[in-house]
Design a protein around this ligand. Structure first.
Ligand code: FUB
Length: 327
């Protein structure tokens, strides 16, 4: 399929932010990004260079390609979270009954990623964190989908995201990262409890499968790595994700929140910078891809900048792939 090169906009040149989770609340676009910091750590596969300590909420007045972007200031700070260790990574936010619930991955004092919840009365926060992480939570990269009366939380990330340390929701003594022809490690999905503060069930694996129904293999450059996002289009569930070390955004389509999702193709070719991470929303009848790259920092993978561009589907509901501008 021919690569698109739509106009792209850097949303917030004032600061380095990444991993945009974007939603429309009361007709306005809100962005829940990670807040990147300069750091002296050596860049490594454990992600020690991503040293985020707080997060801000941004909003856009009207059209995302032209509207004024407002920084609502610090909405969450790890100094206020009792169980915090380090590294506040990709968050997501959802509204229920006039309250806003922010889900965030953060390492605890034992350097294990857990998922916390913080609550606010307004979409821009400030958010107050619950005193403990969600029971049984692990790994990173949150997306929350409201589907009818139910709310589903997607999570998971390999390598520094620690997903390989778990099997059947139990911590392993030794991590198991599949290789070669073995099935790749799946993202996870879990329905939230009615009060939005715990899981209502055990997290389930989200399989991305080929046309024959076989899970993508560990050595497939299109396999899931991190950055789950789910949106609905024409009644179908679109599960999109980053492929990590092959630096793509890809997607797969299913009939319900748990999948399986049949692999469809690439959304974004590599950007400048190691990580690629995104969200997809509809706003006033148009679709947008929010993501990040490291062009403004001169390629420093841990100093990323938020971007947006329009996204298009063909008549069969296939997403037209976009040129990320990297290698
Ligand atoms: O921002 C820290 C990590 O980098 C995120 O959790 C990953 O998705 C990657 O973007």
């Amino acid at each position: 399929m021919k690569l698109q090169n739509p106009e792209k906009r850097y949303l917030f040149p004032e600061d380095y932010m990444a991993d945009p989770s974007v939603h429309v609340f009361d007709g306005k676009i809100y962005i829940y990004p990670s807040h990147d910091w300069e750091c002296a750590n050596v860049e490594n596969d454990n992600g020690d260079q991503y040293v985020m300590k707080d997060m801000h909420v941004l909003s856009i007045d009207g059209d995302p390609m032209t509207g004024k972007v407002t920084d609502h200031g610090k909405a969450l700070d790890i100094a206020d979270i009792p169980w915090a260790g380090r590294q506040l990574w990709d968050c997501d936010c959802v509204e229920k009954d006039g309250k806003y619930y922010l889900y965030f991955p953060l390492k605890d004092k034992n350097d294990i990623f857990r998922i916390g919840v913080a609550v606010a009365d307004r979409p821009e926060g400030p958010f107050v964190a619950q005193p403990d992480p969600i029971r049984g939570s692990y790994s990173i990269d949150i997306c929350v989908l409201k589907d009818g009366e139910d709310y589903y939380l997607y999570f998971g990330g390999l390598w520094g995201g620690q997903l390989q340390r778990y099997k059947d929701n139990k911590a392993l003594e030794f991590p198991e990262l599949p290789e070669g022809d073995a099935p790749s490690l799946p993202s996870r999905c879990v329905r939230l409890s009615k009060d939005m503060l715990q899981y209502a069930e055990e997290p389930r694996p989200i399989q991305v499968v080929d046309e024959e129904g076989n899970p993508l293999k560990a050595n497939d450059p299109h396999r899931f790595f991190e950055a789950s996002w789910v949106h609905k289009y024409n009644g179908k569930y679109y599960f999109s994700y980053s492929t990590g070390d092959s630096h793509l955004l890809c997607y797969a389509v299913g009939d319900n929140p748990y999948g399986p999702f049949v692999y469809q193709g690439e959304i974004l070719t590599p950007v400048v910078g190691w990580t690629t991470h995104h969200s997809i929303i509809e706003y006033e009848g148009k679709w947008y891809l929010f993501h990040h790259d490291s062009v403004p920092s001169g390629g420093k993978s841990w100093l990323r900048s938020l971007k947006v561009c329009e996204l298009h589907y063909d008549a069969d509901g296939k997403i037209l792939p976009i040129d990320g501008g990297g290698n």
